[in-house]
Design a binder for this molecule. Structure first.
Ligand SMILES: Cc1cc2nc3c(=O)[nH]c(=O)nc-3n(C[C@H](O)[C@H](O)[C@H](O)COP(=O)(O)OP(=O)(O)OC[C@H]3O[C@@H](n4cnc5c(N)ncnc54)[C@H](O)[C@@H]3O)c2cc1C
Length: 387
């Protein structure tokens, strides 16, 4: 029987945790310092065939549900936050392809044949101001061919990906919110970098602006509307997997604080170090944060293929609330770890350093602005009553 604890210790999660400890953590400092793609981690994940975690079993993948994918991202985040964010973004794109493209010859073949391809996302665009549900660019369909040009503000690991899933308007005369998702495979597009990625944190995601230009078969347009794939797949997967990896970053920092406090206790046997109380309080919030994301993940897994419920306000609010809660709590917990350890956490060259974790986790509230999300929730709460 699949239980909550068996998912947490599944082969997928334990193998990822091993890569986090043996590969990702080892290179995380260099990835961060040089703002470079975590090649070693993704080579290891590909070799262990872990990039196909979200591909359904019917198509040769692991068929992992939301809870298991969340644990996988949380495990990797404890070694390298950027690697976990890249893995999460990849799973989000694969899930959109699997849920909304499955059943068409092109996407069925893509899922079966390209299992370890790394898929990037291009939703951001100059002129849409952070609103993923509107596009300026439009796909041009001509018979069985299509082409697309997009001026994107932020494209994570675009230069290192094997494919790009891009949002755009359905046609030149479509409204800005009448969007579709289009998949482009390597060789079918160019990405001309238009900006830099010299950021506070999440430096390994390598996410500069880029001008995208691609062409392919019309069958590479995911059927249906992006409105559906956004509400039913992209938003739920994003908020649960991001919350999971932000938890992983916080858990890494609190783990360092715990290791420090245990060391202090060993210096004076029989006494409880003063920081231990603060550490105990931090664990309360770490547990609450974990239970929040696990509960939402399990509810989503219980829905199975009946996704229409996700179009409703109840789910939109629940997911918004998870995102806002996790993105506010994770930086607080890393800050707590810094206070508990003190100067040894502030130093970049100490084994208790939480500098990278702190900088990485500050991206959480910006990655879809919490203010933007709160604005949407506020409008919904004027009319929505929970039962
Ligand atoms: C690490 C990282 C990786 C990313 N990777 C990708 C990627 O791979 N692909 C991609 O497409 N995008 C990516 N993004 C972009 C991201 O998804 C957002 O589009 C982007 O962070 C939003 O940019 P913004 O803050 O300028 O926009 P906005 O959301 O417009 O926010 C700008 C300002 O306006 C305020 N604001 C906005 N709306 C409201 C409102 N309703 N009420 C009050 N205030 C409001 C915000 O608080 C903020 O101060 C990434 C971002 C990060 C941090």
């Amino acid at each position: 029987m699949t239980t909550r604890s068996s998912v947490k210790s599944s082969e997928l999660v334990t193998r990822t945790a091993a890569i986090a400890a043996e590969v990702a953590a080892k290179h995380a400092g260099d990835v961060d310092a040089n703002s470079r793609f975590p090649h070693e981690t993704f080579a290891a994940l590909k070799q262990a065939k872990l990039l196909s975690a979200a591909i359904p079993k019917s198509h040769g993948g692991h068929g992992a549900g939301m809870l298991e994918l969340g644990h996988q991202c949380a495990a990797l985040a404890q070694g390298c936050g950027s690697s976990a964010m890249i893995l999460a973004m990849h799973h989000i794109q694969v899930a959109c392809i699997a849920r909304h493209g499955r059943g068409t010859p092109y996407f069925d073949a893509y899922l079966r044949d390209r299992q370890q391809d790394l898929v990037a996302s291009i939703t951001s665009e100059n002129g849409t101001f952070g609103d993923t549900r509107s596009s300026v660019c439009a796909v041009e369909v001509d018979g069985d061919r299509m082409k697309l040009v997009k001026d994107a503000t932020t494209v994570s690991y675009g230069a290192h990906a094997d494919a790009q899933l891009v949002t755009c308007r359905r046609a030149a005369d479509a409204a800005s919110s009448d969007q579709v998702l289009v998949l482009f495979e390597r060789g079918q597009y160019t990405l001309e970098q238009t900006g830099t990625w010299d950021t506070l944190g999440m430096r390994g995601t390598c996410s500069p602006g880029a001008k995208f230009s691609g062409a392919g078969a019309a069958s590479q347009i995911i059927p249906g509307s992006f409105a559906d794939s956004s509400a039913q797949t992209m938003v739920p997967y994003s908020h649960v997997l991001w919350a999971s990896l932000w938890w992983g970053i916080a858990a890494d920092a609190i783990g360092r604080a715990a290791q420090f406090v245990r060391g202090e206790a060993r210096k004076k046997p029989g006494t409880v170090p003063p920081q231990a109380v603060r550490l105990a309080k931090a664990h309360v919030e770490l547990q609450a944060m974990r239970h929040n994301r696990e509960a939402v993940a399990m509810e989503l897994d219980e829905l199975g293929d009946s996704r229409s419920e996700l179009d409703g306000m109840g789910w939109a609010l629940k997911l918004n609330q998870l995102k806002v809660a996790a993105s506010e709590l994770a930086p607080k917990l890393v800050h707590e770890a810094l206070q508990i350890v003190g100067i040894m956490a502030y130093k970049n060259d100490s084994k208790f350093s939480v500098g990278r974790q702190y900088r990485d986790v500050l991206s959480a509230s910006l990655m879809v602005s919490n203010e933007r999300i709160a604005g949407k929730s506020a409008s919904m709460l004027l009319v929505f009553k929970d039962d």
